[in-house]
Ligand binder design. Structure first.
Ligand code: SAM
Length: 328
């Protein structure tokens, strides 16, 4: 099934790889148990006519709506994934395309008992409220029968317009004017980054990693419950925070006790001066909890209580002379 995948315009080279990783995570290539598909695992992609790879608009072939929805919800760089009902260079072309889109694909979403909302979005230009309203009224040929619900609709439809990038804006001409209309299948979780951005964290240090990059890394690392994510250069734990958010068991080590011990929150509060030695895990679990729990709101996982891993951790700790952090 082909979907329209709209990306945010940032970290351009990471966008498709993140989707590919999440496709693997959500079973697009088959699970290991059923043999999976042959490596390399990769999706089929294409671009709108005359669009460059840096365009926000891409088409991607995914096995199901469920996979598309899961990818969109978890991705950092996907703004949304849509079932495309039509596209065109002009509104007339768009109308023709939408009218030609199969009735049986449209009618389940146009029923009187389901509510809907149409959102107008533009790239590379600003549209006034009036213009957005005019665009919505211009879609009168689509026989919506349900009621409009702006806050919690059953179905969201998007009209997205992009203009030619001006030649003098210093950017390569990545697109030509195009208008897309589609049903939203899945969209990004907009609360994730505000929740975990560095200024919201209680414990950071001079090398703390930006939350977006940390979440992107754990998406590419396929973090999920049942996986153990180990960061050998853990610092203040940003990657593990992201991995723990997705339910992975996490473990980290760092050669420098100070980065783990002496980090500060953004408001630089007085910090307890702990007597820490090599292993947090063995020596002072309550301190570790006080360091990291407020940040994570996640349970601390104590290695000592899981006998199979505790030996491993203890010997690793001695070998590396690192401080080990172990969270869940
Ligand atoms: C860029 S920082 C990591 C930042 C971390 N991602 C965070 O969010 O705070 C690199 C970390 O690697 C640690 N490090 C450097 N060399 C190391 C080594 N050989 N073994 C273990 N840790 C090391 C440093 O002490 C530093 O805390």
């Amino acid at each position: 099934m082909w979907f329209l995948c709209v990306f945010f315009h940032r970290l351009l080279d990471y966008r498709r790889p993140e989707v590919e990783s999440l496709a693997e995570l959500f079973g697009a290539f088959g699970s290991a148990e059923d043999g999976g598909r042959a490596h390399p695992l990769s999706l089929e992609w294409s671009l709108p006519e005359n669009h460059h790879i840096d365009s926000p608009f891409h088409f991607v072939d995914l096995p199901s709506e469920e996979v598309a929805r899961n990818i969109a919800r978890r991705s950092l760089l996907v703004k949304g994934i849509y079932e495309l009902w039509g596209e065109g260079a002009t509104h007339n072309d768009l109308e023709k395309a939408i009218r030609g889109f199969p009735e049986e694909r449209k009618s389940p979403y146009l029923k009187p008992e389901s509510s809907f909302r149409i959102i107008v979005d533009s790239f590379g230009k600003v549209m006034s409220f009036q213009e957005q309203n005019d665009r919505i009224l211009g879609l009168g040929y689509i026989p919506f029968k349900g009621r409009v619900d702006l806050s919690n609709p059953d179905h969201k439809f998007w009209l997205m317009e992009i203009d030619d990038n001006g030649e003098n804006n210093g950017l390569p001409p990545v697109v030509v004017k195009r208008i897309f209309f589609g049903r939203e299948v899945g969209a990004a979780d907009r609360k994730l980054l505000p929740t975990y951005q560095l200024k919201s964290r209680k414990y950071i240090g001079p090398t703390s990693m930006d939350a977006e990059i940390a979440f992107l890394m754990v998406n590419q690392g396929l973090a999920q419950p049942g996986k153990l994510i180990y960061d050998p250069f853990v610092g203040t734990g940003s990657i593990l925070v992201a991995a723990a958010h997705f339910g992975a068991m996490t473990m980290g080590a760092d050669i420098d006790i100070r980065i783990v011990r002496d980090g500060r929150g953004p408001d630089w509060p007085p910090f307890p001066a702990p007597q820490l030695r090599v292993s947090f895990v063995q020596n002072d679990a309550s301190l570790l909890r006080s360091l990291l729990q407020p940040d994570l709101r996640l349970r601390l996982f104590l290695a000592g209580r899981r006998s199979d891993l505790s030996q491993e951790i203890s010997s690793l700790s001695k070998r590396t002379k690192s401080t080990l952090i172990f969270l869940r």
